[in-house]
Design a protein around this ligand. Structure first.
Ligand SMILES: [Zn+2]
Length: 255
């Protein structure tokens, strides 16, 4: 028998599986629907936090952000929102945006369309009640998508947000390691601040993905995330970066 007849479908299946994996995992892939991955100006940095609210860290983080007049976007887990609605209300009241990060932080890639809709809807309702307004932004846990995830977010009026940089602040590493991993933000800003022919006048800026909580339990330790931001916020400000919410990140280019 011609071995091609056997192998060709296998190759096609492997290619399709590879494409599916790319679309599901790669943060800037658009195969399963449009996502926001960048800001619309190299001067705008969108700092985002996942897996909160976290009473152990979020209040300190809000104070730190205030010190630098920084606005950020928090992707919240519904079951934690129910446990500390006041913290969600305060986050929103202080000028930050809150977004949907599902009810229990499951890997949506493995769920049925109905299960996905329930995960998103429960978190949507919890945030709407706590913040007094429905969220307009959604980030899938682990960044995993399948053909039903982004349409489910759209049904709730939410746009899906990914990132350009995810330094891995959930790892058990010292703050210095995390500070190093966040260096690309400043490097991009410096590269894009020139006025020469190579400077991207209509370039884009970073969306940074950090974590103020952990999906496993409330009150997770994120002091290293806080320390790394304490290090970088004044330096990024001195480089001329503006710290914007995801809504401001895609509004219009900064002048
Ligand atoms: Zn998460």
């Amino acid at each position: 028998m011609n071995s091609l007849l056997i192998e060709a479908p296998a190759v096609a299946i492997a290619a399709a599986a590879g494409l599916t994996a790319y679309g599901a995992v790669y943060p800037r892939a658009q195969i399963f629907g449009r996502t926001i991955c960048r800001t619309d100006s190299p001067r705008k940095l969108a700092i985002t936090f996942d897996d909160g609210p976290n009473p152990a860290i979020t209040p300190k983080l809000l104070d730190l952000l205030d010190r630098y007049d920084a606005k950020a976007t928090f992707f919240l887990i519904g079951k934690f929102v129910r446990e500390c609605p006041e913290l969600v209300k305060e986050t929103f009241a202080r000028g930050h945006l809150v977004g949907n990060h599902t009810e229990t932080h499951l890997n949506l890639f493995r769920l049925t369309p109905m299960q996905i809709r329930v995960e998103l809807r429960l978190c949507h309702d919890a945030i709407s009640r706590a913040a007094g307004a429905p969220p307009k932004w959604f980030r899938p846990p682990y960044g995993f998508r399948n053909p039903w995830v982004i349409p489910a977010a759209c049904e709730l009026g939410c746009q899906t947000v990914m990132w350009t940089l995810i330094p891995g602040d959930w790892r058990e590493k010292p703050a210095e390691w995390l500070i190093q991993r966040m260096q690309p933000i400043g490097q991009h800003a410096q590269r894009n601040s020139g006025n020469g022919p190579d400077s991207p006048a209509n370039g884009t800026g970073d969306v940074l993905c950090l974590h103020d909580g952990t999906h496993r339990q409330l009150n997770g330790d994120r002091t290293r995330t806080l320390a790394a931001l304490e290090h970088w916020l004044p330096r990024w400000r001195d480089l001329g970066l503006e710290f914007v919410t995801i809504a401001e990140a895609v509004r219009a280019p900064a002048p």
